[in-house]
Write a protein that binds this ligand. Structure first.
Ligand code: DAH
Length: 359
């Protein structure tokens, strides 16, 4: 037995002295591995009498358990120590200011969406989204474009190639207006949402790209009027362009989903190649709007004798170009890093009305 005691003392000392996990593993193999010391003593037991074998067996198992437990404890200790070392070595001060040489920039489209979201959120709007791939019902029919109506040709629609037997071809949404329909069907009235997102039309030149962005606004309530529409847009344009004295002009227009409909111009100055937003006597068109057509409300299961609403839609690239002096629409989507460095925004400057939209 005393030989076992000695072995125990020796093994426990080796466990205690193991300085790292690799050394500890060596100790384990040397003690309990296939050719280990304890395993070796077990093999000798065949020569013993049954009684001796039983006694020795129990002592050996106790030794194995004790060494095993010591190994576990030491292993946990070494793990903790290794982790503490790593935490110390890889320490990050999250309060440190971002390094000046940071490379990433926020794309002007993302920045503009963040800015307009901050403005409309302050007026009590929430943000709604819908799918880029739409059906005819949401993109046209529910919005009061009757089948075969020439207004459908105002949009150069991308249709998907599949032609199901029922004629229900899917398409890439040509405007964000279908999300008006989705929001009304889902949330009913009263409602106050803006809908930023991608839209698609088959067109490409200085002022058109096949994919572009719009933001739609929709307010439906029991006493909504054209005056509310006007107030809302005046407030938005002045905040977005950061011009307090910015005049807006409403011109009659036509959209199937609004009646009456209007196009809105903001004041500007054109001089040489320059364009300045403000009260200078010139006008620049920036959006379409109107009172939601009763047919649209009824198509969405809303009682148009009780509810009225207004809606508006504008191109995000367009207002971004005006605000930030970006001359060519196509450059937005060329993924040119030099362009992004020039027109992009610093990531941590999130726009808010309290801190300023851009700093
Ligand atoms: N959907 C229209 C377009 O893409 C823009 C628009 C005009 C949206 C008037 C509206 C609106 O909500 O009321 O040309």
């Amino acid at each position: 037995m005393s030989a076992l005691e000695a072995l125990k003392t020796e093994l426990l000392a080796a466990v205690a002295e193991a300085a790292d996990l690799a050394a500890l593993e060596e100790v384990r193999v040397a003690a309990l591995g296939k050719k280990g010391r304890i395993t070796g003593l077990m093999a000798d037991m065949r020569s013993l009498s049954p009684d001796e074998r039983k006694e020795r067996g129990q002592a050996m198992n106790a030794l194995k358990d004790e060494v095993g437990a010591a190994l576990d404890i030491r292993k946990a200790e070494l793990h903790r120590a290794a982790l503490a070392l790593r935490l110390e070595a890889e320490r990050i001060d999250v309060t440190l200011p971002v390094r000046a040489e940071q490379q990433g920039r926020i794309h002007p489209i993302t920045q503009t969406i963040d800015e307009l979201t901050a403005i409309f959120a302050d007026m009590g709007f929430s943000v709604a989204e819908g799918p880029d791939i739409e059906d005819d019902f949401h993109n046209f029919t529910a919005l009061n474009f009757p089948p075969g109506h020439p207004a459908r040709d105002m949009h150069d629609t991308f249709y998907l190639p599949d032609r199901p037997a029922d004629g229900s071809r899917m398409l890439l949404r040509t405007h964000t207006s279908p999300v008006q329909v989705r929001s009304l069907l889902k949330d009913k009235a009263p409602i106050r949402v803006i809908i930023p997102g991608r839209t698609y039309r088959s067109d490409y030149d200085m002022t058109h790209t096949p994919m572009f962005h719009q933001v739609e606004g929709l307010v439906v309530d029991e006493k909504t009027s054209m005056a509310h529409l006007r107030g809302c847009l005046v407030e938005f344009c002045r905040a977005f362009f950061d011009v307090d004295d910015l005049p807006l002009r409403f011109r009659p227009s036509f959209f199937p989903f609004t009646e009456p409909s209007a196009e809105v111009d903001i004041g500007c100055l054109r001089r040489g190649g320059e364009l300045k937003i403000g009260n200078y006597g010139d006008w620049l068109e920036i959006l379409g709007c109107g009172m939601v057509h009763p047919n649209v409300l009824e198509n969405c299961g809303i009682d148009s004798t009780r509810y009225q609403g207004f809606a508006f839609g504008m191109g995000i690239e367009r207002i971004a170009m005006l605000k930030y002096g970006i001359p060519d629409l196509r450059t937005f989507f060329e993924a040119d890093l030099r362009w992004l460095k020039h027109y992009g925004f610093v990531p941590l400057d999130t726009p808010s009305l309290a801190q300023g939209l851009t700093r």
